[in-house]
Design a protein around this ligand. Structure first.
Ligand SMILES: [Zn+2]
Length: 290
C-alpha cells in the first residue's frame, strides 16, 4: 500500500498523520479517518492505561478503507489517539474545566464539554476521568499546533486539490461507533444503534444527492441506515464543506459489531466482506460523481 509524503514546509511527523494513496485525488473522492490513531504521544500524562485510552478509538477504520488508495482516493489517517486531542472538534472548543489557568485565546464551546468530549476529552465513554491533574495552557496550545492544525491543513489541501482538478469534491469522514451507547454516549445510555449512521449536519454539509446515494448503496446490501440520528457530524464535515460550490462532506459511522468483536478487540470475518462492499460503493460513487 502506498503512503505519500507531504510536500510542505512544515511536513507533519509520521506519528501525527499518514496519507494513504495520492495527494492528487484521481476523482472527486477524499477520505479521512480522524479517530483510528493509536500512537500514544510521550507527553500525554494521562491517569489511565494505554488500553483504556483507546476507548474512544475507531478501531481498524483506517485499515478498512486502505484499498481506496488503489482507486486513486487519498485516505488521510490520524496516528494520534482522539483522547489526546480530537481532530473532529473546532480548535477553540476548549473544556475550561481541564485547565489550571484561564484560556487566553479564542473560546468557542460546542456543548461537547458537557459530555466530556470537547477538543481535549475530560472523560471516557464510561464517565471515568482521563486525567488526575489539570493541564497548562501551553500544553493544550502545543497539542493544537503539533497535531490538530497539521491534520486540518492536510484535509483542506486534499479537498482543495480534488475540487480544483475535478470541479467538485466529495469528502467522506470515516468513523465507527459502539454497538450500544455508553453512559456518556450520544443518543442516551443503552441505546442500540443502526448498522450505519450518515451525518450531513441536517442537510448543510453535502447535497441530498450525496447522502441519498450512499444510503441507497448501503441499503442495497441489507444494512440498516439512519441519517443524522444520533450523529449529525461535527467539525470535520463542517469545516471545509460548501455544497453550493460543489464541496461536499458526509460523515459515515459504521457500527463496530459489523466488523469486530468489541470484547476481544479482534476483527471478524465480516471485515473483509464489509471492505469489499465499501470499495464497491466508492467505485459506484466515482462513476456517478466523477
Ligand atoms: Zn470517530
Amino acid at each position: 500500500m502506498s503512503q505519500s509524503k507531504l510536500h510542505h514546509d512544515t511536513q507533519p511527523e509520521a506519528d501525527v498523520l499518514i496519507v494513504h494513496g495520492p495527494l492528487q485525488p484521481a476523482s472527486v473522492l477524499v477520505l479521512d479517518s480522524p479517530h483510528s490513531g493509536r500512537v500514544m504521544p510521550a507527553d500525554f500524562r494521562a491517569a489511565l492505561s494505554h488500553e483504556d485510552l483507546r476507548d474512544g478509538e475507531d478501531e481498524y477504520i483506517d485499515e478498512l478503507y486502505w484499498p481506496a488508495a488503489e482507486l486513486g482516493i487519498p485516505v488521510l489517517a490520524a496516528q494520534f489517539p482522539r483522547t489526546y486531542i480530537d481532530a473532529n472538534r473546532h480548535a477553540a472548543d476548549i473544556d475550561l474545566d481541564l485547565l489550571d489557568a484561564p484560556w487566553p485565546h479564542h473560546h468557542e464551546p460546542s456543548g461537547k464539554a458537557g459530555i466530556g468530549k470537547a477538543l481535549l476529552w475530560r472523560t471516557l465513554d464510561d464517565g471515568r476521568n482521563i486525567y488526575n491533574r489539570q493541564l497548562s495552557v501551553a500544553e493544550v496550545a502545543s497539542r493544537i499546533e503539533r497535531f490538530h492544525q497539521p491534520y486540518h491543513r492536510t484535509l483542506r489541501q486534499l479537498m482543495d486539490a480534488a475540487h480544483h482538478a475535478h470541479g467538485q469534491v466529495v469528502h467522506i469522514n470515516c468513523h465507527s461507533m459502539n454497538a450500544v451507547a455508553g453512559v456518556m454516549g450520544e443518543g442516551g445510555a443503552g441505546t442500540a444503534r443502526a448498522d450505519f449512521v450518515l451525518g450531513d449536519r441536517h442537510g448543510t454539509t453535502c447535497s441530498a444527492e450525496v447522502t441519498h446515494f450512499v444510503r441507497d448503496q448501503l441499503l442495497a446490501h441489507g444494512y440498516s441506515v439512519k441519517i443524522n440520528d444520533p450523529f449529525a457530524g461535527v467539525e470535520l464535515v463542517r469545516a471545509y464543506s460548501n455544497p453550493a460550490i460543489g464541496r461536499h462532506s458526509l460523515q459515515l459511522e459504521i457500527n463496530k459489531r459489523l466488523y469486530m468483536d468489541q470484547g476481544t478487540g479482534l476483527k471478524l470475518a465480516h471485515f473483509a466482506v464489509l471492505q469489499r462492499q465499501l470499495m464497491q460503493m466508492l467505485r459506484a460513487m466515482q462513476q456517478h460523481f466523477g
